[in-house]
Ligand binder design. Structure first.
Ligand code: NAD
Length: 321
């Protein structure tokens, strides 16, 4: 069995490799070649932790496995380690033997950023110039860094519930040589692309905050009850997602479907756009929205890619298991 520890991931994995792995697996999901298993997520009654598994099988890429982990809210304060903790396990689909164990913390951020980037590549207007960020936490920096590679953005605008965190994304914009401006939420109407990545349980981005022709990537809502955008925005937009079943149960679409504003049939797989079986954006005025709920197959895809790189570069630890 191969082990790739968390400390090795930063040197091995690139944004490009994460993007390719995620784009391929979204395509495989829409083609029916890959499927996710139902998600398990439990409050374990210890350290206020949420723990669970996300798994799946990609018949096209021959990737089988799961990501185990979750959120330990006291980690940072008590133990000086990050609150999100996860590990990916890969199995040989021919035999069931354990194949690899891979640190999943940085990979989670990279694969989540890759998902919104894939949505920007396939759904945002080609002439997008202004990108808006709602959120400025740990994931937001990865999201912005990856998104800036998708279009010739000239300006980043940002809003955050905790304004003191905005320098986190301002730094990323500056490093990329792009101007940054903090705005109120109604200033988001000037954005051609908006990424929202917060842990909010109430809509902050309203339908009126989004201008015609915008592409919105909603990346924070991955649990029942969470919500980042007004349900009416999904009614106004053409809605895409990684996985329809997750979108309507734990994603942003749970609210719009629950309120009867849209139906499950209004939510389309992003993979269908990648494969060319859905036209995607059809006009410059259309609002497109990607509900990125985060699927196990994304984790497996980037973990498989990192194992390959680790073996190639002689950095994999092999154990007899
Ligand atoms: P973080 O704790 O570093 O940042 C949290 C962000 O949410 C900050 O911008 C904070 O200001 C904002 N926020 C907190 N309370 C808010 C409120 N009441 N209203 C509006 N904004 C609020 O967390 P993170 O690691 O950046 O994760 C952000 C979210 O992304 C989490 O909800 C996490 O579960 C989710 N996530 C989703 C995926 C996916 O695949 N879709 C993957 C990883 C994380």
């Amino acid at each position: 069995m191969i082990i790739v520890p968390e400390r090795e991931i930063a040197d091995l994995m690139t944004r490009e490799a994460a993007f390719d792995a995620v784009e391929k697996v979204f395509a495989a999901m829409a083609a029916g070649d890959a499927y996710n298993f139902p998600v398990v997520r439990e409050a374990i009654g210890h350290e206020d932790a949420l723990y669970g598994f996300k798994g799946g099988f990609d018949k096209a890429g021959l990737t089988l496995g799961l990501k185990a982990g979750g959120y330990w809210p006291n980690n940072l304060e008590k133990r000086d380690i990050i609150n999100h903790q996860s590990t990916v396990f890969l199995f040989d689909p021919d035999t069931g033997k354990a194949k690899a164990m891979v640190g999943g913390n940085l990979l989670t951020a990279l694969r989540t950023a890759a998902a919104s980037s894939v949505s920007i590549k396939h759904l945002a207007r080609k002439d997008a110039k202004v990108i808006g960020m709602v959120g400025a936490g740990h994931q937001a920096t990865f999201q912005l860094r990856a998104a800036l590679e998708q279009r010739q953005f000239e300006k980043v605008i940002g809003w955050n519930y905790h304004p003191e965190m905005l320098p986190n994304i301002e730094k990323v914009a500056k490093e990329a040589g792009v101007a940054f401006e903090a705005v109120e939420l109604d200033g988001m109407t000037q954005a051609d692309v908006i990424i929202s990545i917060t842990s909010s349980f109430n809509a902050t981005l309203m339908a009126d905050h989004v201008g015609a022709g915008c592409h919105v990537a909603c990346m924070g809502t991955d649990t029942k009850g969470k919500q980042e955008v007004e349900a009416a925005l999904l009614q106004k937009a053409t809605v895409f997602t990684d996985e329809v079943a997750q979108s309507i149960s734990i994603g942003e679409a749970q609210h719009a479907v629950g309120e009867g504003l849209i139906t499950e049939g209004d939510v389309h797989q992003i993979g269908a756009v990648i494969n060319g079986t859905h036209p995607g954006r059809t006009s410059d005025e259309e609002i497109t929205l990607f509900d990125g709920t985060g699927v196990g197959l994304q984790d497996l895809a980037v973990a498989a890619s990192v194992v390959e790189l680790a073996v190639e570069q002689g950095r994999a630890i092999e154990v007899d298991f």
